[in-house]
Design a protein around this ligand. Structure first.
Ligand SMILES: C[S@@+](CC[C@H](N)C(=O)[O-])C[C@H]1O[C@@H](n2cnc3c(N)ncnc32)[C@H](O)[C@@H]1O
Length: 236
């Protein structure tokens, strides 16, 4: 039993709208280039941990030597299975990864499991990721920057710390694990203002984004700051 599984409030409830969110992410590819710089995966084995519907799996498929997706939500897992034949998609979670010791070079966790807070200790997931990483391999966690960009403004005016954890705590927690953190500025770019409205409404339920949305009603784009927390497994 996957005791650490928590159903995603966004993708877990609304698969189609989360697909639109993923479609909007990082058209300028600054995030993608920062991920490649943090831990290159060309010719290597990569695990997308908490891969959801597997949206990002095809993006890795042409350059990795082995590609895995691990996902605890059975509905999302089924969708991920159909995303690309190059990926092996497995039922599991951050604390229960169904892979051998030292078998992958890079683990990405994109808004999955790693939400450390004073009441949510994620160190069991770190230990499990370090088990499956080869010596010298890296975990890269894609997280929200709570300070920079339009999305950070939205986080500040909503109840972000309630469900995401306080920003200072998160930074210190990753430092204590031995990770380095890099800021990356990118955007969400939608094809229409209606799509932006719908996706922001999903991420900020109970109308907490309404003042921002009213002030930016024609927008199809918002700036989005990411934090990449990178933890390298020592070589000896
Ligand atoms: C916000 S969604 C992101 C999905 C995907 N990474 C993406 O960017 O499209 C969070 C994902 O984490 C998964 N998840 C929940 N609990 C988890 C756990 N303990 N370990 C790994 N993934 C988990 C959810 O089922 C969901 O697929």
């Amino acid at each position: 039993m996957l005791t650490d599984f928590v159903k995603a409030w966004n993708q877990g409830q609304n698969v189609d709208l989360y697909e639109k969110e993923n479609d909007a992410i990082d058209h300028e590819r600054t995030l993608w280039r920062a991920l490649e710089a943090a831990a290159p995966w060309e010719g290597k084995g990569l695990l997308d941990l908490g891969c959801g519907t597997g949206y990002w799996l095809p993006h890795y498929a042409s350059t990795t030597s082995r590609l895995y997706g691990v996902e605890p939500d059975m509905t999302l897992l089924e969708a991920a299975n159909n995303r690309t034949p190059q990926a092996e998609v497995l039922s599991g979670s951050a604390e229960h990864i169904p892979l051998d010791d030292s078998c992958v070079d890079v683990v990405h966790a994109r808004f999955a499991y790693f939400f450390p807070s004073p009441t949510n200790d994620c160190s069991a997931g770190v230990a499990e990721v370090l088990r499956v990483l080869r010596p010298g391999g890296s975990l890269v966690v894609i997280d929200n920057d709570q300070e920079q960009g339009d999305f950070a403004n939205l986080l500040r005016t909503s109840n972000a710390a309630d469900y995401q954890g306080p920003g200072d705590f998160i930074l210190q927690w990753w430092q204590q694990q031995g990770a380095t953190t890099r800021e990356v500025m990118s955007s969400w770019t939608f094809t229409s203002a209606e799509d932006l409205l719908e996706v922001v409404g999903m991420e900020f339920p109970q109308g907490t984004a309404q003042p921002w949305l009213r002030a930016h009603s024609e927008r199809t784009k918002l700036s989005y700051g990411y934090l990449l927390h990178t933890l390298r497994k020592p070589t000896c």
